[in-house]
Ligand binder design. Structure first.
Ligand code: ADP
Ligand code: MG
Length: 212
């Protein structure tokens, strides 16, 4: 079954809840190799986005995602705000005028979102950023669909790949963002942005397991 606007909103609600639950964890990860604000940033941004969505009578799914993206850009500073803002704005571009999303629509939207993050931040795989969770997740999702997996199964495999990608950032030396200022001392710590990306994709797999 395709995803409705209601299902999309349910995912975003779940994201907000999970980011609130993990606010201190994400902030601790950022304290080790950054400036200890990633959890606070994401929690604040998603709370603001949920408040905006509550009063938004959206004509299509794209408007929902665009509202989240614009709110994140406006309320979250630093690197994470503009990057996640771009992610959701690009989801919005690909889902403009759509009332439903098929598994294939989600592949296209996710791909555009990740390409937007890469275009904006210029991070390559292995640079110890959110891209290291997002790209493997996209690839696993597309591979699963090609193999004929169900939507739910493809989402689950995508979240599992994001988790692996997140863990793989631990030994990496950061090449982008604040953590790169630490050079080799950034090794041995899990990247906060890769961790929040995993949480968002895991939330999608959980929320959409029944819809899909
Ligand atoms: P800031 O670093 O400005 O304090 P956050 O703490 O909210 O912003 O976000 C930090 C996360 O942003 C990092 O853990 C990393 O995953 C991600 N990040 C930083 N720079 C880039 C980049 N150029 N491309 C992709 N992701 C990046
Ligand atoms: Mg930070």
């Amino acid at each position: 079954m395709p995803l409705t606007q209601e299902a999309v909103r349910a995912w975003l609600q779940r994201c907000a809840a999970v980011l609130e639950e993990n606010r201190d964890y994400l902030t601790q990860l950022d304290a080790a190799i950054g400036d200890a604000d990633h959890g606070v940033n994401m929690d604040r941004g998603f709370k603001a986005a949920m408040a905006r969505l509550a009063s938004l009578n959206a004509p299509d799914i794209g408007s929902v995602f665009k509202t989240v993206g614009m709110t994140l850009v406006a309320t979250v500073g630093g690197a994470g705000g503009p990057l996640y803002g771009t992610f959701f704005l690009q989801l919005g571009v690909k889902t403009a005028n759509k009332q439903e999303l098929t598994p294939h629509d989600w592949a296209e939207a996710l791909e555009a979102a990740i390409n937007g993050v890469i275009a904006r931040g210029q991070a390559r795989p292995g640079d110890k950023t959110m891209v290291d969770a997002l790209l493997p997740a996209l690839e696993a999702y597309k591979a699963a669909l090609q193999e004929g997996a169900s939507f739910a199964e493809a989402l689950a495999r995508s979240a599992a790949a994001a988790e692996e990608g997140m863990k793989a950032t631990i030994p990496m030396i950061a090449k982008k963002g604040r953590a790169s200022y630490l050079g080799e001392r950034s090794a041995g710590h899990q990247d906060p942005g890769a961790t929040s990306s995993y949480l968002l994709l895991q939330a999608a797999a959980e929320t959409w397991a029944d819809a899909a």
